[in-house]
Ligand binder design. Structure first.
Ligand code: HEC
Length: 126
């Protein structure tokens, strides 16, 4: 009978066992992928909130209600599915401006490209 090395436990098994082994390998890889996805998803979410707090965006914005500026949930709803929304909003935050949500303008925000992208992606995901 032929033998195979099982990736799941590293042992040598006969072919009858190979099928069980393969199934185990697949389950293990799938499990790891799910874990990895969950980890990156929540890391990005926490990051967005933390960066928004760091740059004082939360002085004027909350996720679920209007303060001086619109809630991040309303912003996400308005731009959902719109191509290029990320770039438009990044430019708006950087340069400031008003007229979209009311008469009060947003002052220009001093913020680096990477942090700005993180926040805007997080806002659009609310
Ligand atoms: C001093 C208050 C204030 C601060 C601080 C502030 N915003 Fe705003 N923000 C506003 C106002 C007011 C508006 C509405 C502007 C308008 O009507 O066009 C706005 C609008 C927005 C919009 C939607 C823009 C649009 O054209 O639809 C985004 C996105 C946004 N802010 C993100 C941020 C981020 C990110 C920060 C932090 C880096 C930030 N804001 C800090 C007041 C503020």
């Amino acid at each position: 009978m032929d033998s195979v090395v099982c990736h799941a436990d590293g042992d040598l098994h006969n072919m009858r066992y190979a099928l069980i082994c393969k199934r185990r390998c697949v389950m293990r890889v799938l499990g790891l992928m799910v874990l990895a996805l969950a980890a990156t998803g929540s890391a990005a979410a926490e990051n967005g909130a933390a960066v928004a707090a760091k740059y004082n965006c939360l002085a004027c914005h909350a996720v679920d209600h209007k303060i001086v500026g619109p809630s991040y949930r309303d912003i996400a709803k308005k731009y959902r599915g719109q191509k290029g929304a990320e770039a438009v909003l990044m430019a708006k935050v950087r340069h400031g401006g008003g007229g979209v949500w009311g008469k009060i303008p947003m002052p220009p925000q001093q913020i680096g490209e990477a942090d700005l992208r993180t926040i805007v992606r997080w806002v659009l995901a609310q």
